[in-house]
Design a protein around this ligand. Structure first.
Ligand code: TMP
Length: 207
C-alpha cells in the first residue's frame, strides 16, 4: 500500500504549525497512521544541517551554499524518513518541502526556479507531494503575526522586500502547479482556516 504525502507551505507566521497539529489530531482520530515532520529537518543529520543554515552567525553563507544545504538536508530526509513511511502506507504531513526552496532560494535569493528545481529533483529522487496546502497571507500581516517571537533565525531576519518576493513566488507556484497546490485563505481565524484544510484533505482521502 502506498501512503499519502501532504506538504504545508506559506510564509513564516502563516499558521502552518498550529494547523499541522490540528490536522494530525483530526486524522489520527479517524484512525490514520500519521507521520508529522518538517523541513529543513526531520532526521538527525537534516536537523544538524538546519542549525547550520539558520544560524545567525553565518552571515557569509552564499546563496548557492544555502540552496545546496537545503537540498542536502532534504535528500537525507526523503531517503531516511519520507520514502520508507510512504512504503508503509502512512500519511505524511510535512511542513515545507521543495516549494520553499523554489521561492526562498529560487526567487528570494534570485537563483532561478529552474536551477533550484533541478538540484531538488536530484535530492528527492523526483518525489512530489500528493497535495500541497499553501497558506496564503500577505507578508505584512504574517510579519505582524510573528512579531512576538523572541528569537528570529537568519531567514526570518531578511528584509520585508525579501519576504514580499517570496510571497509573490508562492503565488507564481500556485499558477504553475494548480492541480497540486491548493490555496488556503490564512487571513481568516483558526476555525475557518482549519475548515478549509479539512475539506481539501477529506476530498483527497475519498479519491
Ligand atoms: P521554518 O521556520 O518554517 O521551520 O523554516 C525555516 C526557514 O527556512 C524559513 O524562514 C523558510 C526557510 N526555508 C528556505 O529558505 N528554503 C527551504 O527549502 C526551506 C525548507 C525553508
Amino acid at each position: 500500500m502506498k501512503g499519502l504525502f501532504i506538504t504545508i507551505e506559506g510564509p513564516d507566521g502563516s499558521g502552518k504549525s498550529t494547523i499541522t497539529k490540528l490536522l494530525t489530531k483530526y486524522l489520527q482520530e479517524k484512525g490514520h497512521n500519521i507521520l508529522v515532520t518538517r523541513e529543513p529537518g526531520g532526521t538527525r543529520i537534516s536537523e544538524e544541517i538546519r542549525d547550520m543554515i539558520l544560524d545567525n552567525k553565518n552571515t557569509r553563507m552564499s546563496p548557492v551554499t544555502e540552496a545546496l544545504l537545503y537540498a542536502a538536508s532534504r535528500a537525507q530526509h526523503v531517503s531516511q524518513k519520507i520514502l520508507p513511511a510512504l512504503e508503509k502506507g502512512k500519511i505524511i504531513i510535512c511542513e515545507r518541502f521543495v516549494d520553499s526552496s523554489l521561492v526562498y532560494q529560487g526567487i528570494g535569493r534570485n537563483l532561478g526556479i529552474n536551477k533550484i528545481k533541478e538540484i531538488n529533483d536530484f535530492a528527492t529522487q523526483n518525489l512530489e507531494p500528493d497535495i500541497t496546502l499553501f497558506f496564503d497571507i500577505p507578508p505584512e500581516l504574517a510579519i505582524n503575526r510573528r512579531r512576538h517571537r523572541r528569537r528570529k533565525d537568519r531567514l526570518e531576519r531578511e528584509s520585508i522586500k525579501f519576504h514580499k518576493e517570496v510571497y509573490k513566488g508562492y503565488l507564481k507556484l500556485t499558477e504553475m502547479y494548480p492541480d497540486r497546490i491548493k490555496i488556503i485563505d490564512a487571513k481568516q481565524d483558526l476555525d475557518n482556516t482549519f475548515n478549509q484544510v479539512k475539506t481539501l484533505v477529506d476530498e483527497l482521502l475519498l479519491k
